[in-house]
Design a binder for this molecule. Structure first.
Ligand SMILES: *Cc1c(COP(=O)(O)O)cnc(C)c1O
Length: 252
């Protein structure tokens, strides 16, 4: 696998590039917290490092990043192994096949993309078998699936009406801890182009679930394009990729 960044000029440029991009994102997060009357500490920045090499993860850790996310198991497993010496928490945010559950629980502290009962069972069995710490599991809400109740083949996420049932399954599942909800602003359906309304809806779902699960406080919402709207709606975790690392590097 060729590293996308090679040569001495690049080696000097990349740390400065990441430092300034991270500072700009930090400013946006702080500004959004201030505008919403929230403490900066109420929002955790997760940097999504998919497509980018382990060397970038290492640079980010040196710049103070403590939470990173990936969306493909193979890539994530390799990077987590290459960065095992760093004080990082790993978040898995991509669509997940049940046969990858065993691999994912080896490095992931958080799985944001739980969207069906079979995946709860697979993650629970894998976490149990591995032993040790519990895996924090979030239910991914796909607002565009409203009313489809489990349909919506390929896209990740559970329909809003499925969320409570899945949360309850996670709460019963050994090895897992129900941590909250995750969402991506929908590109289709009633919430298309309305990220603020989408994030408000998910925050409301979160509040109603916390009546029965007070510890499930995580609301993972907001990316490079819409982190301000997410923070205004109460997101506790924003997942930012391109605004820190740049657009996707050339394919190998
Ligand atoms: C890639 C990705 C992000 C980050 O998106 P950017 O627009 O690059 O900030 C956040 N969440 C998920 C689930 C992703 O796959």
């Amino acid at each position: 696998m060729a590293e996308p960044h090679e040569g001495p000029a690049e080696q000097e440029r990349r740390p400065a590039e990441l430092r300034s991009a991270l500072a700009r994102v930090e400013e946006r997060v702080a500004g959004a917290c201030e505008a919403a009357g929230r403490d900066r500490e109420a929002v955790t920045l997760i940097v999504v490092t998919k497509f980018w090499p382990a060397s970038d993860v290492r640079l980010l850790a040196g710049l103070g990043v403590r939470h990173v996310a990936e969306n493909r198991d193979q890539e994530a497993a390799a990077k987590a192994a290459a960065c095992a010496d760093l004080p990082l928490s790993w978040h898995f945010v991509g669509q997940l096949q049940t046969n990858k559950a065993r691999s994912v629980v080896e490095y992931a502290d958080y799985v944001h993309s739980v969207d069906r009962p079979r995946l709860v069972k697979a993650l629970s069995a894998a976490a149990e078998q591995r032993g040790g710490r519990e895996v924090a599991a979030l239910v991914q809400v796909a607002l565009e699936k409203e009313g489809e109740g489990g349909g919506g083949a390929a896209r990740g996420g559970a329909a809003p009406e499925e969320v409570r049932g899945l949360a309850e399954e996670i709460m019963r599942a050994p090895g897992l801890r129900f941590a909250g909800l995750m969402t991506v602003a929908p590109l289709e359906g009633a919430y298309a182009g309305r990220p603020a309304a989408a994030f408000e809806r998910v925050a409301e779902l979160s509040r109603s679930l916390r009546v029965g699960a007070p510890a499930a406080t995580m609301v993972s919402a907001g990316m490079s394009a819409d982190l301000e709207e997410a923070i205004a709606a109460g997101a506790t975790h924003v997942r930012v990729g391109s605004a820190v690392l740049g657009v996707r590097p050339p394919l190998r």
